[in-house]
Design a protein around this ligand. Structure first.
Ligand code: ACM
Length: 549
């Protein structure tokens, strides 16, 4: 039976040729513990189909019934469509929710709209039994809202898009050289000064073009609370990232004393308007540590640990730790004195000292540090975890040292990288990563033993937004490849060389209809539409295949 489901479920069993019709008389019964999914079904599916889905008794003749079932594993579900209606059993509340997402896909593309497009009395679904469970617990997307700000409505929309693909981690890259995006009450200049820039490079940094208008925006603390609660209703964990000690120019522009004041005139720095890795990094002072502790204290309240919902990764806090140029520390007498005072060998150890400070600080508050794989270079507390981005090696090293790891190697799942060769790709960056390439990505490094591989929490795609000036450009880079990543993360696919990409493409035919109904500005298989091109805007294409990792 071809259900066209993405990500592909574990088992689909057709049961005869009957059909169930979801109509105005179909009621909803939600067992205790499943009411969140009940609310979602009523508000989302009910609105799309124009059906009331009223609460009704468990033994109503026509019902959608939601249960918890202790016999099923975490996030697993069983969906049974028969004469009496739809039954969704979940191993936990998340499993019920993923089952409801599957039901939505079975109902066809109209179920992905916000209102009915044509009057229909009933929506038919073939009788079927689906049994399903995820391969990985961490199935994520990192979105960079610093390089280009995505307003809150866009973030909420992305959370819905993640949920529709059974993705459950939103890694929220909130700060970088080009913008600070979260309100911190005790440091108002972080957003007054740090959240906007006067102009923006249009294209890769070699491009001569500028967008000569201010760009900016930030989330208030209530916006963040809303985003976190909206995500939690959809069983999505939000992992905030505050990048230190590099990628910090926006913070230094707001509070010049955070920078290396003895080697640069940090008071004249502005939020960066160009792309790349800024030389302006944090000064290794106690005041800098206290400043960021203050930032983190506010953020730990905004992003509370939620061990009931996310047992494997509740309370993670991402501190970046990537790409910290050491030039200013080499030149700075104050930084050199600090190195001697701390008994460190060099600037690399100073970077580790920064990270270890916050590792200890977060652990003391019951939280877990996660950072880009550079943080492995200085030794980490046992609970710390790593986002492996420079290839598989960070993941191998982390897992062998007993650290949990999220695999997101740039060679495979950086969705800012161009998705086809040729002049038509808008502002093409790096090497070509097609839909098929992402589909064939294997998150678990082959070198790992089974025991080591248990440290692989899962995988995520990363979307860096230097050349994505608005949500439609983000859509174009993210889709359809995020659908392939979702299948890699959720489905127990065969080995990369044996994957049925043709079958995936057939299911994508149905899935494009869902994405159309959702209003996703994806890259069509035929290439960019005229308005998705950016003729004359310079990218940085790299020829040939990505380096082997
Ligand atoms: C990164 O791409 N610098 C994590």
């Amino acid at each position: 039976m071809d259900t066209g489901l993405i990500p592909a479920p574990l088992v689909v069993e057709g049961v005869g040729s009957g059909r169930f019709a979801l109509d105005a008389d179909t009621v909803l019964w939600a067992a205790p513990g499943t009411d969140g999914t009940g609310r979602w079904l009523c508000s989302t599916l009910g609105a799309a189909l124009g059906l009331p889905l009223r609460p009704g008794p468990q033994d109503a003749p026509r019902a959608v019934r939601l249960f918890l079932d202790g016999a099923l594993g975490p996030e697993a579900y069983r969906l049974d469509v028969g004469d009496g209606g739809v039954e969704i059993r979940g191993g936990d509340a998340a499993g019920v929710f993923w089952g409801a997402q599957t039901l939505r896909q079975l109902l066809g593309p109209d179920a992905f709209r916000r209102a009915p497009v044509r009057p229909r009395e009933a929506y038919e679904i073939e009788h079927v039994i689906i049994e399903d469970a995820p391969r990985f617990r961490w199935r994520g997307l990192m979105l960079d809202v610093s390089r280009h700000f995505m307003p809150k409505e866009g973030v909420l929309r992305y959370l819905d898009l993640l949920a529709a693909h059974k993705l459950n981690v939103f890694h929220f890259h909130l700060t970088d050289d080009q913008g600070w995006r979260v309100q911190i009450e005790r440091y108002p200049k972080l957003t007054e000064t740090g959240s906007w820039r006067a102009r923006t490079k249009f294209g890769h940094r070699a491009s001569p073009l500028w967008e000569e208008k201010p760009h900016g925006g930030f989330y208030t603390q209530d916006d963040i609370r809303e985003i976190v609660a909206y995500a939690a209703e959809r069983h999505i964990a939000v992992v905030p990232e505050i990048d230190i000690p590099g990628h910090s120019q926006a913070a230094i522009a707001a509070y010049p004393e955070l920078g290396n004041t003895d080697v640069v005139d940090t008071a004249s720095l502005t939020v960066w308007d160009n792309w790349g890795v800024s030389e302006n990094v944090l000064a290794p002072t106690d005041d800098t540590l206290r400043f960021y502790e203050g930032v983190f204290e506010e953020l730990l309240e905004l992003f509370p640990a939620d061990p009931g919902r996310f047992p494997e990764f509740s309370g993670f806090f991402h501190i970046g730790g990537d790409e910290c140029p050491k030039g200013q520390w080499r030149k700075s007498a104050a930084a050199q004195a600090r190195i001697r005072e701390l008994g460190l060998a060099d600037e690399d150890e100073l970077q580790s000292w920064f990270i270890r400070h916050f590792d200890t600080w977060l652990s003391a508050r019951g939280r877990r540090l996660i950072g880009w794989d550079e943080i492995l270079e200085g030794g980490l507390a046992p609970g710390a975890a790593v986002s492996s981005w420079r290839g598989y090696q960070g993941g191998v090293t982390a897992a062998r040292a007993g650290h949990d790891v999220v695999m997101c190697p740039e060679q495979h799942v950086y969705l800012d990288y161009r998705q086809a060769a040729g002049e038509d790709e808008p502002v093409p960056i790096a090497y070509v990563r097609t839909l098929e390439d992402v589909y064939r990505f294997e998150p678990v490094p082959p070198q790992l033993t089974e025991a080591e591989a248990r440290h692989v929490l899962g995988t995520q795609a990363n979307v860096w937004t230097e050349v994505m000036e608005d949500p439609a450009r983000v859509d174009y880079q993210a889709f359809p490849r995020l659908a392939a990543l979702a299948e890699v993360a959720w489905s127990r696919l065969p080995a990369p060389g044996e994957r049925d990409f043709a079958g995936f493409e057939r299911r994508m035919d149905a899935h494009y209809g869902r994405l159309d109904a959702l209003g996703v500005a994806y890259r069509a298989p035929t290439g960019p539409r005229p308005w998705q091109r950016r003729p004359g805007v310079l990218g940085r294409p790299v020829e040939g295949a990505p380096p082997k990792v």
